[in-house]
Design a protein around this ligand. Structure first.
Ligand SMILES: NC(=O)c1ccc[n+]([C@@H]2O[C@H](COP(=O)([O-])OP(=O)(O)OC[C@H]3O[C@@H](n4cnc5c(N)ncnc54)[C@H](O)[C@@H]3O)[C@@H](O)[C@H]2O)c1
Length: 296
């Protein structure tokens, strides 16, 4: 088993630590704020207990100590180009030359903060879905100078961890998941904002409609299985309607404050803000149950 470093021990960094440790790797965890690591370690222990897994995770007192001898470094610091640029320089100065350096960035193009380092061919984005300890998708995206070898090694490593990687062929803002997710959110905002339905109705459309299919098959396979002649047959029949919906969707709908406040109030009626940690635990339990269905 190998050494893996997690730089940043917030929400995402500590979930990554669980992913690496449960696969048997020795994990070094570093954060610029030592108090953050002190908070993270018991939370990690709780997650590992919930998942029924164990592992070797230790705090490191510097980036240099964390990345020494590592085969993979996962950076999960604040979403800020300048902070990430500086952290990348420090990681690259101390990590072995054949170590893959991956960033968890949600939407920053890797080319804006990873290409200035020595041997930038080893650096790429590995964007997880929070928390990666429960959700296996990871989006791999090079910077334009990332080597094919680093992309392939990273993909094989993610596979070996039980993650489900997708590899983008080039950079695009938001990668895949967030582009799909926020396009849908924008149209949902439009529908609620124009009074067609409530925010709760949108949740019901998802959880009692689309999500039941989407647990096992995506939108293209959904269309393919909804017509006896497959995707071509479906588009042949309903293509004009599908195109019209796309053209009609209001992805530029205004995020105005009264609408945000109203959606917040509807959500808070079901999930009171002071109970959010309990509801997060409930959500995580549901995700684990859904994974069991997927695996069955
Ligand atoms: N939260 C999500 O839903 C989510 C999902 C996918 C990806 N991401 C991405 O993961 C990254 C981390 O997000 P998060 O939600 O864990 O944030 P967070 O605020 O919970 O944690 C960030 C951590 O980085 C540490 N940090 C800041 N500067 C540092 C430095 N110079 N060196 C070392 N540590 C430093 C902070 O002390 C903090 O503990 C971001 O790039 C974010 O966009 C977040």
């Amino acid at each position: 088993m190998a050494r893996v470093a997690c730089i940043g021990s917030g929400n995402v960094g500590r979930a990554w630590a669980v992913v690496f440790a449960r696969a048997g790797h020795e994990v070094a965890l570093y954060d610029a704020d030592p108090a953050q690591v002190a908070v993270a370690l018991p939370l990690i222990a709780r997650t590992m207990e919930q998942l029924g897994v164990s592992g070797d995770i230790r705090a490191a007192s510097s980036v240099a100590e964390a990345v020494a001898g590592a085969i993979h470094v996962q950076e999960s610091v604040r979403e800020d180009t300048e902070i990430k640029r500086a952290v990348m320089s420090e990681i690259a100065a101390h990590a072995p030359m054949d170590c893959v350096i991956a960033s968890s960035t949600s939407a920053l193009p890797g080319s804006t903060f990873m290409t200035h380092i020595p041997q930038p061919e080893r650096a790429l984005v590995a964007h997880p879905v929070n928390p990666p300890s429960l959700i296996p998708l990871v989006e791999l995206c090079g910077t334009g100078v990332t080597s094919d070898d680093a992309m392939a090694r990273s993909r094989a490593f993610m596979d070996s961890l039980g993650m489900k990687p997708v590899t983008l062929t080039r950079e695009i803002d938001g990668f895949l998941l967030n582009r799909l997710q926020y396009t849908l959110v924008a149209e949902a905002l439009h529908l609620v904002g124009e009074g067609y339905c409530t925010a709760e109705d949108i949740d019901r459309v998802m959880t009692d409609g689309l999500a039941l299919r989407w647990l096992s098959i995506g939108p293209f396979a959904t269309a393919h299985l909804n017509a006896t002649a497959g995707f071509k047959g479906f588009v042949g029949q309903l293509g004009p309607m599908m195109r019209r919906m796309g053209e009609d969707a209001r992805t530029d709908y205004d995020w105005d404050q009264p609408l945000i406040d109203s959606i917040h109030d509807q959500m808070a009626a079901r999930f009171p803000v002071d109970e959010i940690p309990d509801w997060q635990a409930w959500r995580d339990g549901r995700i684990l149950a859904a994974r069991r269905v997927q695996d069955s």
